[in-house]
Design a protein around this ligand. Structure first.
Ligand code: NIG
Ligand code: FE
Length: 412
């Protein structure tokens, strides 16, 4: 049993056990001042105001929050954190004027990462990814979805997914794995992309399902990558193996990916830089979580998704980092929240809801994660003393996360 005392404010409480929060409610973040929180068996057991605090002697461990605030850990529902090496050469190419798509057409981008991944052994890949996982855990992330998609052959996709499984087994974060064989058409299939989709459906998906390596399937459904028809086919095939979809949609064009995702029951549609009223209408009343990745829009200098319009339309929205070597080489969810506030005019409260409970929904975990609620996994962090929760998003470069707890144990 663990007791955290001297908490200036618990931020992000949900006593209603909602699976996600919609529209204007996203701005109503429940807080509790001068509080304590108790953990038992890795779960949040109770919390309350200081005058109701149980006797310290009943606890094995007492942690003094020293007047900091306590937040639920971030749920980062979209990352590509398993990759080999880095792509700063393309960063230079972008500085010199090439676009993401131009780099991809020259054989760079995802194919560049696929070449490096092919040359890298499973152990080295695991070590590189674990460094990033440790980095994001200390920055407040307590749940993370990780995609394959730099393999692009059956063998290398399985290699990536086995690395994700190893991560899942070795860290206290909650990890979800997504099979993204349809991330790009590999070089030997260029001009024969339907044959590559055949390979995904006939060989890769059965192999992935056979080893139980994935929780979800994903497709990069966008201009120059995979079409609506190809995406639908992969989603339906994955459905036979019980794998719900999380779709990369509308990053480069009004691809129809959002409408398809909703129609086919995708758990989330992600990116959405190219979205308007048709996409918003499609999402209304659906089970699909629109997920925005402002780190990618920032890094690639793209326009940002219409967050205000989505929220005004009553949609629940999520925020994720998209941590990957090509379009978002950072998994800092605080920075993602700040970008959401600065560039998409989301309030700090809306950004927090999007990065926690709604992110948990987008990884199918909102019954266990994403808020301070009795019975949920005790994944939270304590900040240094701050004047207000808004300060956490405003002072975007100040290190403010003091201590991290995952499954009720301190992570350092
Ligand atoms: O979400 N857009 C597609 N996939 C990634 C980028 C992958 C890469 O460039 O390596 C993304 O932005
Ligand atoms: Fe992505």
């Amino acid at each position: 049993m663990l007791l955290v005392k001297n908490i200036a404010k618990i931020v992000g409480i949900d006593t209603q056990h909602r699976d996600r929060v919609f529209g204007r409610d996203m701005d109503n973040v429940t807080t509790l001042d001068n509080a304590w929180l108790a953990v038992e068996d890795g779960k949040i057991a109770a919390f309350g105001e200081t005058d109701t605090m149980p006797d310290e002697s009943g606890f094995q461990r007492v942690v003094d929050a020293e007047g900091g605030m306590l937040y639920p850990s971030f749920c980062d529902s979209h990352t590509h954190i398993v990759y080999a090496g880095s792509r700063e050469q393309e960063f230079l190419d972008k500085i010199h004027g090439l676009s993401y798509e131009e780099i991809a057409r020259r054989g760079g981008g995802i194919l560049n990462s696929a070449d490096r991944l092919h040359e890298t052994g499973e152990d080295a890949l695991y070590e590189q990814a674990m460094q990033r996982v440790r980095e994001v855990a200390l920055m407040g992330t307590g749940a993370i979805e990780i995609k394959s998609g730099y393999g692009l052959t059956t063998e290398d996709e399985l290699k990536m997914l086995r690395v994700i499984r190893r991560i899942k087994e070795s860290v206290p974060l909650e990890v979800r794995a997504t099979f993204l064989g349809a991330h790009a058409v590999p070089r030997n299939y260029i001009g024969r992309d339907d044959e590559y989709v055949d390979l995904i459906c006939r060989e890769m998906l059965p192999a992935v399902a056979d080893e139980g390596l994935a929780d979800y399937v994903d497709v990069f459904c966008d201009r120059g990558f995979f079409t609506i028809e190809q995406t639908r086919r992969i989603m339906r095939e994955a459905c036979k193996y019980g794998l719900p979809a999380k779709i990369h949609a509308n990053e480069l064009d009004f691809s129809g990916g959002v409408q398809l995702g909703v129609a086919e029951g995708a758990l989330s549609v992600d990116h959405l830089e190219r979205s308007g009223s048709a996409e918003i209408e499609a999402l209304k009343g659906s089970l699909t979580m629109p997920t925005m990745l402002p780190g990618a829009a920032f890094f690639l200098g793209m326009s940002y998704p219409p967050a205000r319009e989505m929220i005004a339309s009553g949609l629940a929205v999520a925020l994720a980092s998209d941590y990957n070597p090509g379009s978002s080489p950072s998994g800092n969810m605080r920075m993602v929240m700040s970008l959401a506030s600065i560039r998409m005019k989301m309030t700090p409260n809306e950004a927090l809801t999007a990065a926690t409970l709604n992110g948990a929904y987008a990884m199918g975990e909102s019954d266990k994660l994403g808020s301070i609620s009795v019975g949920k996994v005790a994944n939270f962090f304590i900040t240094k003393p701050m004047p207000s929760p808004e300060f956490f998003v405003y002072a975007y470069c100040t290190p403010l996360i003091a201590r991290v707890f995952l499954r009720g144990e301190e992570y350092s």
